[in-house]
Write a protein that binds this ligand. Structure first.
Ligand SMILES: C[S@@+](CC[C@H](N)C(=O)[O-])C[C@H]1O[C@@H](n2cnc3c(N)ncnc32)[C@H](O)[C@@H]1O
Length: 212
């Protein structure tokens, strides 16, 4: 038994819908490891419980696994917008959202987040960045002014399987994207930030209420 097995055995279950989603993804999809999974999914849900956002934006839906985890804990009247570039995922995603009892809270946008984010009206209390690693800085810059002061930005895969420590940094564009993002976040004085060594690294960013 690994420590993650032990943790998963001692926390809330993911529920039948998400566990079936996971199984279906492993049978039918090419990159099922991109799914947040049981432990990270429960952490995302817990963060929504604690922060009580009215509006969430997720960048990178894939199967909808994390969308459902985030939506599960949304307070009454709250909503989540999620953006997925790969239109071939749309059927699979709706197959998950339709029976979930949560679809009225979820707004799925199919298309490139770089084009869709500027067209989204209103602000967000929580953003989950989990799409193309080469573009994290662009997503962050596009979304920052749409995050309410006191809001939270989560960024997944910010340790990138430990590749952030490899030297020289191979020229791999995804690793460079993550390194540039981590450096930008480190320098940004408008926020507080912490990286959780969870799975592949999860950065939690708090947007300060006043400039200091
Ligand atoms: C790591 S997966 C998302 C996993 C999901 N958030 C979860 O935790 O279960 C990344 C997804 O982002 C999508 N993606 C990549 N670039 C994108 C972009 N510019 N706009 C929207 N989606 C994008 C990919 O097609 C892929 O489905």
């Amino acid at each position: 038994m690994t420590i993650e097995d032990y943790i998963v055995d001692h926390i809330d279950g993911e529920g039948e819908l998400l566990s079936k989603l996971n199984r279906d993804a492993h049978v039918n999809l090419l990159r099922p490891r991109m799914i947040s999974g049981h432990l990270q999914g429960r952490i995302l849900k817990m963060l929504v419980r604690l922060h009580r956002p009215q509006r969430i934006l997720e960048i990178g839906t894939y199967t909808g696994y994390a969308t459902l985890c985030l939506a599960e804990a949304l307070p009454e009247g709250a909503e989540i917008h999620t953006i997925e570039k790969d239109e071939e995922m749309e059927d699979f995603i709706w197959k998950q959202f339709n029976p979930s009892g949560l679809k009225d809270k979820i707004h799925l946008h199919i298309g490139d987040a770089l084009e869709i984010i500027p067209r989204l009206e209103g602000n967000f209390d929580m953003v989950f960045i989990d799409a193309d690693k080469r573009l994290y800085n662009e997503y962050y810059d596009l979304v920052f002014d749409k995050v309410n002061p006191g809001g939270i930005i989560l960024a997944d895969n910010t340790l990138w399987s430990g590749k952030v420590l490899e030297a020289p940094h191979s020229g791999d564009k995804q690793t460079i994207g993550i390194l540039n993002f981590n450096e930008k976040i480190k320098q940004d004085t408008r926020i507080e930030k912490v990286i959780l060594p969870l799975r592949d690294g999860l950065t939690i960013i708090y947007k300060l209420r006043t400039k200091n």
